[in-house]
Design a protein around this ligand. Structure first.
Ligand code: CU
Length: 143
């Protein structure tokens, strides 16, 4: 025999609504498109990566000037009004984050196994490097 208000049904309906709402919330959350990717065979488990946040604005790059060696994940965010890109040159490495520059608000990821030595990080867009978007980095000899 069924009661008019089946409690199981009520629970199921409530759960369905909750799932629906959380689904909508997840979809409307603004996920910036991530550009760039771990290149070639150079991928490491997340726990082995040293994550370094990089912020780019006109015309500055905010990045630590001293970094430890080892697998490093640069998370680059364009916090400026113009398009920017992230390039790094150093011992045995010369790399640009993405083919297309990062648009304002966009993020990109680059993973590199940093070796001890001197690096230069810069924005290769137009003359941004000469306007101040250039940082000399030192990767220390060890932890
Ligand atoms: Cu730039």
């Amino acid at each position: 025999m069924r009661s008019k208000c089946n409690p199981d049904r009520y629970v199921a309906a409530t759960l369905a609504v909750v799932f629906l709402l959380s689904g909508i919330a997840a979809c409307s959350r603004e996920e910036p498109e991530i550009l760039g990717s771990p290149q070639g065979s150079e991928t490491w488990p997340e726990e082995e990566l040293n994550t370094v946040q990089v912020s780019m604005v006109e015309f500055e790059i905010d990045i630590p000037k001293l970094l430890p060696p080892g697998p490093t994940k640069f998370i680059v965010t364009n916090n400026g009004q113009n398009s920017h890109n992230f390039a790094i040159e150093g011992p045995n490495v010369e790399r640009v984050l993405s083919e297309k520059p990062l648009k304002p608000g966009q993020k990109g990821i680059m993973q590199i196994d940093l070796k001890p030595g001197k690096y230069v990080v810069y924005c290769p867009v137009f003359n941004n490097r000469d306007r101040g978007m250039k940082v000399n980095l030192t990767v220390t000899a060890g932890n």
